[in-house]
Ligand binder design. Sequence first.
Ligand code: C2E
Ligand code: MG
Ligand code: MG
Ligand code: MG
Length: 292
Amino acid sequence: CAKRDGRNTWHEYSAELSVSVIERLDLRSDLQQALDTHRLTLHYQPLLEGHSGRVVGVEALLRWMHPVRGPIPPAAFIGLAEQTGQIIPLTAWVLDQACRDIKLLKARNVGRFPVMVNISPVFFQRKDFVRDIKAVLEHHELTGDCLEVELTEGVLLEHTASTIKKLNELRALGVKASIDDFGTGYSSLSYLKSLPIEKVKIDQSFIKDVISDQHDAAITRAIISLAHHLDLTVIAEGVETEGQYWFLKRNLCDQFQGFLFARPIPLGDLLPWLQQREIAQALPGAQGESGD
Ligand code: C2E
Ligand code: MG
Ligand code: MG
Ligand code: MG
């Protein structure tokens, strides 16, 4: 965004910059402390299948409750953690916690779906990436189908040979990969056909105005169609209204995630939410269940 500011705003910009440097130094050490003192938590947002309404996954989303500043959204610290390298222990913690939590859901008999973890390019590009995934699964005695990874387009464009190798190794473990925020990268679409991935998540910026904006509607339809032609599952993120949902459903989007269905919630709330749903779906006349 520095480019957009133009030449005359340099003074403003540099003042902003120095404030943000101090803030970032603070945040950096605060984040380290949060990691050390377990001030981070995961919230989970369910993903629903279109035709059955079944829960087909939950996405793990990091939450940081700062003792002074209050909640800090991941968008405000993931980038920093990537720069400082803190993203490595951070992601290791997320993977471990996610595995603990899915195990607990399974123990309560409501965890028949994977937990989806966001993986930073910085974490993915390490040579130990697949080994780490394998290790955390083994540590918790879970099979690969309990975990999925969400990667961004950026990751898939770089280091193509080793990327394909890692994705194939993941697949061999049974861990599926999806492309998050699809449509926002600089990608040529050709990489989609050559990569061993299973899912694409349409970025929520396209969903937001999909009802009112013809271009967003066209892009969304095109992504769904492209994904299906390549045998990929397509997920819409950020579904907030019935109107968006019906548009997506009519255009054969497979899975849905958004505030319309559920917000990201702590595990303690997810458990009763899932149990409630199971009860509701078991009732006679419950919609859509295919009975498996
Ligand atoms: P994302 O992976 O694309 O996650 C979806 C984001 O959309 C989440 O924001 C979620 O709370 C939000 N969202 C879901 N449904 C709706 C909706 O209906 N309307 C609106 N307006 N928003 C919705 P959140 O939790 O703030 O996370 C933002 C981003 O931070 C994530 O985007 C992801 O890129 C990153 N992130 C979160 N947790 C992690 C993590 O553990 N590791 C890494 N590397 N990145 C993470
Ligand atoms: Mg995601
Ligand atoms: Mg996304
Ligand atoms: Mg996003």
